[in-house]
Design a protein around this ligand. Structure first.
Ligand code: NAI
Length: 399
């Protein structure tokens, strides 16, 4: 029986999916665990599901010989020692796309609110000031939305924006298929000069650090709005503060910051606090109930496919083998060190036992090789032991 343990209040959609697929032994633990508590809770566990609060370190992974796969029911996977997991034959899955729509919707909402100057009017109304004026308030219809980074979120945002009558242009370092009537821009500068709303959807990291610096902010129209729900390091916050103070920009919405509090006890510090034409949100672009539900379904589905067919498509640390239904009697999942001769020796073992290979898929990634072999006959314990004893074998399972 396959034992699955889900920590940290993972959405019920995951348990439902496991049970629908015939995996009935699902244990739910509402909190994150650490150290020995974690190790003892996961003894005899085949699959563990975590969110960001449980750290699966090398030490923890080494104490869990039965563990076959890990599901991170979130986007990030930093909480898992991915290399150690791979070297122990454990694929790790996450949910990179489940909250795409949530982020795109937030951006649309913020664009409309800022175009109407609602954050300022709301703040003033709270202070007793009745500012009933159409001055500086605009419809979203026919405004030009400039999307920087036309990936999953950027392209989805473009589709939503067109549905409310906005015009869309985008800039991406890669050539991307435009959806709807979106127009690719040859340069970032061109987009900045023309867009009424600029929304950032690039990855974080060195390559995009301070992408929106003082010089690029200067290129935007004084009536324009900047939205960043990507990563905090992408915008030069001091330069943005200056631009907003000097009215070289009409407003901004930020969901991500160069330094973000680690928990709700820590104070959020930013020069942008107190500016009425700026919407500040605590990195919740993707945080909706629907996204949590999608995450539960997406990750449990990847784990079920792995358990039933050995599929590792979308694994973050492992050679990726696409999904193929198991239509034969036996499928052998063989994880090995990526070195010459392993497959030849393995196939010789099959031949020696009189077994005909119906299909075989091999994929490698760095030091790891992963072979999925289909045989239309029962596999003997003797063959399994032989494959397990092969010096390059990391893990061998029969499904
Ligand atoms: P993605 O990988 O699908 O798309 C990123 C796009 O940016 C790619 O098309 C890439 O070619 C492009 N790109 C990279 N460098 C660029 C540059 N210098 N200039 C222009 N384009 C560039 O990523 P996805 O899923 O759309 O996510 C986008 C961002 O949103 C990421 O930073 C992600 O971490 C963040 N995010 C934020 C959330 C929130 O809660 N605020 C939730 C989910 C994602």
């Amino acid at each position: 029986m396959t034992k699955i343990v889900l920590l940290e209040k993972i959405h019920k959609s995951a348990v439902a999916h496991f049970q629908n697929e015939g995996f009935d032994e699902v244990v739910e633990i509402p909190t994150a665990l650490a150290g020995n508590d974690l190790i003892s809770a996961l003894q005899d566990t085949d699959v563990v599901g975590i969110r960001s609060g449980t750290h699966l370190t090398a030490e923890v992974l080494k104490a869990l010989p039965k563990l076959r796969s890990i599901g991170c029911f979130c986007i990030g996977t930093n909480q898992v020692d991915l290399n150690t997991a791979a070297m122990r034959g454990i694929p790790v899955f996450n949910a990179p796309f489940s909250n795409t729509r949530s982020v795109a919707e937030l951006v649309i909402a913020e664009a409309i609110l800022l175009l109407r100057r609602i954050p300022e009017k709301n703040a003033r109304a709270h202070r007793g000031k009745w500012e009933k004026t159409a001055l500086g308030a605009y419809e979203a219809r026919d405004k030009l939305l400039g999307i920087i980074g036309y990936g999953n979120i950027g392209s989805q945002l473009g589709v939503l924006a067109e549905s409310i009558g906005m015009r869309v242009c985008y800039y991406d370092i890669e050539s991307k298929l435009p959806l709807g009537n979106a127009k690719p821009m040859a340069t970032l500068e061109e987009l900045l000069e023309q867009a009424d709303i600029v929304s950032l959807h690039v990855p974080g990291g060195k390559a995009t650090e301070l992408l929106m610096d003082a010089r690029r902010l200067q290129l935007m129209k004084p009536s324009a709005i900047l939205i960043n729900a990507s990563r905090g390091g992408v915008v030069d916050i001091d330069a943005l503060f200056e631009a907003l103070k000097e009215k070289r920009l009409s407003g901004a919405a930020l969901d991500v910051f160069p330094a973000e509090p680690k928990n709700d006890k820590e104070e959020f510090v930013s020069p942008l606090r107190g500016l009425d034409n700026v919407i500040l949100t605590p990195h919740i672009g993707g945080s909706t109930q629907e996204a949590q539900e999608n995450i539960g379904r997406e990750v449990s589905d990847k784990l079920v496919r792995f358990l039933k067919a050995g599929t590792t498509r979308w694994a973050v640390n492992f050679p990726e083998i696409p999904h193929r239904e198991k239509e034969v009697r036996s499928r052998i999942l063989h994880v090995h060190r990526n070195e010459p001769g392993v497959i030849a020796r393995m196939n010789a073992d099959f031949a020696e036992m009189g077994l005909n290979i119906v299909a075989q898929q091999l994929q490698t990634r760095g030091p790891i090789g992963y072979a999925v072999t289909d045989v239309d006959a029962p596999i003997s314990q003797a063959l399994l032991s032989k494959l397990c004893k092969e010096p390059a074998t990391i893990r061998c399972n029969l499904i």
